[in-house]
Design a protein around this ligand. Structure first.
Ligand code: GRF
Length: 208
């Protein structure tokens, strides 16, 4: 039986998967550094060894894992190697923060309901293949939407499907451009994603 002091400090290990700038990764890392946060970032995974997210991880002394179809060209080996790395770091939750590759099926099956993706629009609208970066915000503006926002959902095999776990909305202004909308949606993302991970980590701790 653990004493209450140990329980306060017990944390769930999460892995962030990212391919780009890493501003969401940064928000999650900052959240993880708070004493009362029930998770720590135990691994940063990327298909792009030089992306901002990987640099961010190095700055914060977070272990990094680079895997791509170049490092591991054979799909079965790729899938096994990735799952082994997650198991080696005792990962409980996976946060996809701008990860541009599909996860292999073995990882999805092993981490059912424990993989979350952030999408910069109000799913189920404006999701699916090709809906990333400014494409999303352009499509939202072209459709004449009056609001947008960010969605966190559980990850299944297809892009941007899976149960929606949280969604925060912002109004669209008449003079919004894809760039200005992207900036304001990102501010929402930096709040909503750490919040979902915190909640999920708390649930996991309660069952441990
Ligand atoms: C975010 O807008 C996220 O919604 C999407 O990819 C983008 C990643 O941005 N899935 P960053 O690398 O976190 O800055």
């Amino acid at each position: 039986m653990k004493n209450s002091q140990e329980q306060v400090h017990q944390k769930v290990n999460i892995a962030i998967f990212a391919s780009g700038m890493g501003s969401n990764a940064e928000a999650i890392i900052h959240e993880s550094l708070r004493d009362d946060t029930p998770f720590c970032v135990a691994l940063m995974v990327s298909n792009n060894s030089r992306c901002g997210a990987m640099n961010m991880a190095l700055m914060f002394d977070i272990p990094i894992f680079h895997i791509s179809s170049q490092t591991n060209p054979e799909p079965e080996n790729y899938a096994k190697t990735l799952l082994l790395a997650l198991q080696k770091h005792s990962i409980d939750i996976i946060a996809l923060a701008g990860y541009m590759k599909k996860l292999p099926q073995n990882v999805i099956s092993e981490y059912q309901r424990q993989i979350f993706n952030i999408h910069p629009a109000l799913l189920p609208k404006f999701g699916g293949e090709g809906m990333y970066g400014l494409n999303v915000h352009r499509a939202v503006l072209e459709a004449g939407e009056r609001e947008s926002g960010a969605t966190v959902h559980e990850v299944e095999t297809e892009y941007d499907t899976g149960k929606i776990v949280a969604q925060d909305r912002i109004p669209i202004f008449p003079d919004d451009t894809p760039e200005s909308l992207s900036e304001r949606v990102k501010e929402v993302e930096y709040q909503i994603f750490p919040r979902v991970i915190r909640e999920k980590a708390r649930q996991i701790l309660q069952t441990k």
